[in-house]
Ligand binder design. Structure first.
Ligand SMILES: [Zn+2]
Length: 139
Protein backbone atom coordinates (compact mmCIF):
# COMPACT_ATOMS: atom_id res chain seq x y z
CA UNK A 1 0.00 0.00 0.00
CA UNK A 2 1.61 3.28 -1.04
CA UNK A 3 1.16 6.63 0.71
CA UNK A 4 -1.18 7.95 -2.01
CA UNK A 5 -3.60 5.09 -1.43
CA UNK A 6 -3.35 5.60 2.36
CA UNK A 7 -4.14 9.30 2.08
CA UNK A 8 -7.09 8.47 -0.19
CA UNK A 9 -8.42 6.03 2.42
CA UNK A 10 -8.03 8.57 5.26
CA UNK A 11 -9.69 11.24 3.10
CA UNK A 12 -12.49 8.84 2.19
CA UNK A 13 -13.13 7.93 5.82
CA UNK A 14 -13.14 11.56 7.01
CA UNK A 15 -15.40 12.65 4.14
CA UNK A 16 -17.52 9.49 4.60
CA UNK A 17 -17.31 8.49 0.93
CA UNK A 18 -17.75 5.13 -0.78
CA UNK A 19 -14.77 2.81 -0.07
CA UNK A 20 -14.95 1.47 -3.62
CA UNK A 21 -14.95 4.59 -5.81
CA UNK A 22 -14.20 7.29 -3.22
CA UNK A 23 -16.80 9.59 -4.75
CA UNK A 24 -20.28 8.50 -3.68
CA UNK A 25 -21.63 9.54 -0.30
CA UNK A 26 -22.30 6.90 2.35
CA UNK A 27 -25.09 8.94 3.94
CA UNK A 28 -28.10 10.46 2.24
CA UNK A 29 -28.26 13.77 4.09
CA UNK A 30 -25.67 16.21 5.44
CA UNK A 31 -24.84 15.91 9.15
CA UNK A 32 -26.69 19.08 10.15
CA UNK A 33 -29.98 17.34 9.26
CA UNK A 34 -30.27 15.86 12.74
CA UNK A 35 -33.62 14.22 11.98
CA UNK A 36 -32.09 12.23 9.09
CA UNK A 37 -28.57 11.74 10.40
CA UNK A 38 -29.00 7.94 10.57
CA UNK A 39 -30.16 7.52 6.96
CA UNK A 40 -27.53 5.66 4.94
CA UNK A 41 -27.63 4.80 1.23
CA UNK A 42 -28.19 1.11 0.47
CA UNK A 43 -25.71 1.36 -2.38
CA UNK A 44 -23.25 3.90 -3.75
CA UNK A 45 -25.04 6.49 -5.94
CA UNK A 46 -21.97 6.65 -8.24
CA UNK A 47 -20.62 3.08 -8.65
CA UNK A 48 -23.57 1.12 -7.22
CA UNK A 49 -21.40 -0.66 -4.62
CA UNK A 50 -23.73 -2.34 -2.12
CA UNK A 51 -23.18 -0.95 1.40
CA UNK A 52 -25.36 -3.65 3.00
CA UNK A 53 -22.74 -6.26 3.83
CA UNK A 54 -24.71 -8.84 5.82
CA UNK A 55 -27.43 -8.74 8.50
CA UNK A 56 -26.04 -7.17 11.67
CA UNK A 57 -22.83 -6.03 10.01
CA UNK A 58 -23.04 -2.52 11.48
CA UNK A 59 -23.43 -3.81 15.07
CA UNK A 60 -19.64 -3.91 15.08
CA UNK A 61 -19.61 -0.13 14.65
CA UNK A 62 -20.66 0.20 18.29
CA UNK A 63 -17.15 -0.86 19.32
CA UNK A 64 -15.68 2.02 17.31
CA UNK A 65 -18.33 4.33 18.77
CA UNK A 66 -17.51 3.15 22.28
CA UNK A 67 -13.79 3.80 21.80
CA UNK A 68 -14.35 7.25 20.30
CA UNK A 69 -16.77 8.21 23.10
CA UNK A 70 -14.35 7.08 25.83
CA UNK A 71 -11.51 8.96 24.12
CA UNK A 72 -13.54 12.17 23.93
CA UNK A 73 -14.72 11.82 27.55
CA UNK A 74 -11.16 11.28 28.85
CA UNK A 75 -9.79 14.11 26.72
CA UNK A 76 -12.41 16.64 27.83
CA UNK A 77 -12.55 15.45 31.46
CA UNK A 78 -8.79 15.59 31.96
CA UNK A 79 -8.45 18.79 29.91
CA UNK A 80 -11.18 20.57 31.85
CA UNK A 81 -9.69 19.55 35.20
CA UNK A 82 -6.19 20.68 34.23
CA UNK A 83 -7.31 23.99 32.70
CA UNK A 84 -10.04 25.10 35.11
CA UNK A 85 -9.47 23.11 38.34
CA UNK A 86 -13.24 22.94 39.11
CA UNK A 87 -14.53 23.18 42.69
CA UNK A 88 -17.68 21.11 42.23
CA UNK A 89 -17.80 17.53 40.94
CA UNK A 90 -20.85 18.26 38.75
CA UNK A 91 -18.70 20.61 36.64
CA UNK A 92 -16.40 17.71 35.77
CA UNK A 93 -19.40 15.49 34.98
CA UNK A 94 -20.83 18.16 32.68
CA UNK A 95 -17.44 18.69 30.99
CA UNK A 96 -17.47 14.98 30.12
CA UNK A 97 -21.14 14.47 29.25
CA UNK A 98 -21.79 17.54 27.09
CA UNK A 99 -19.03 16.79 24.50
CA UNK A 100 -19.97 13.10 24.50
CA UNK A 101 -23.58 13.99 23.66
CA UNK A 102 -22.64 16.63 21.09
CA UNK A 103 -20.50 14.21 19.05
CA UNK A 104 -23.22 11.53 18.80
CA UNK A 105 -24.17 12.28 15.14
CA UNK A 106 -20.54 12.44 13.99
CA UNK A 107 -19.64 9.42 16.11
CA UNK A 108 -22.48 7.36 14.66
CA UNK A 109 -21.41 8.12 11.12
CA UNK A 110 -17.66 7.81 11.49
CA UNK A 111 -18.10 4.48 13.33
CA UNK A 112 -20.16 3.04 10.48
CA UNK A 113 -17.68 4.42 7.96
CA UNK A 114 -14.73 2.83 9.78
CA UNK A 115 -16.62 -0.47 10.04
CA UNK A 116 -17.24 -0.47 6.29
CA UNK A 117 -13.68 0.54 5.39
CA UNK A 118 -11.98 -1.94 7.74
CA UNK A 119 -14.27 -4.97 7.72
CA UNK A 120 -16.41 -4.50 4.60
CA UNK A 121 -15.52 -6.84 1.77
CA UNK A 122 -15.21 -4.12 -0.83
CA UNK A 123 -12.77 -4.00 -3.70
CA UNK A 124 -11.39 -0.70 -4.89
CA UNK A 125 -13.12 0.15 -8.18
CA UNK A 126 -10.74 1.13 -10.98
CA UNK A 127 -11.01 4.78 -11.95
CA UNK A 128 -12.42 5.44 -15.42
CA UNK A 129 -9.07 6.91 -16.55
CA UNK A 130 -7.35 3.66 -15.45
CA UNK A 131 -9.76 1.67 -17.65
CA UNK A 132 -8.90 3.85 -20.65
CA UNK A 133 -5.18 3.36 -20.00
CA UNK A 134 -5.53 -0.43 -19.70
CA UNK A 135 -7.43 -0.55 -23.01
CA UNK A 136 -4.67 1.45 -24.67
CA UNK A 137 -2.07 -1.04 -23.41
CA UNK A 138 -4.04 -4.11 -24.48
CA UNK A 139 -4.62 -2.93 -28.05
ZN1 LIG B 1 -18.91 4.15 -5.06
Amino acid sequence: MNSGRKSNVIKGVLQMKCPSCGEGDLFEYPMHRIDKVLKMHDACPICNQDYRQEPGFYFGAMYFSYGITIGVMVLFGVGYNILFDPDEYYQTILSVLVPAILIVPFNYRISRTLMLYIFGRIRKAPKSQDLVESKEFSS
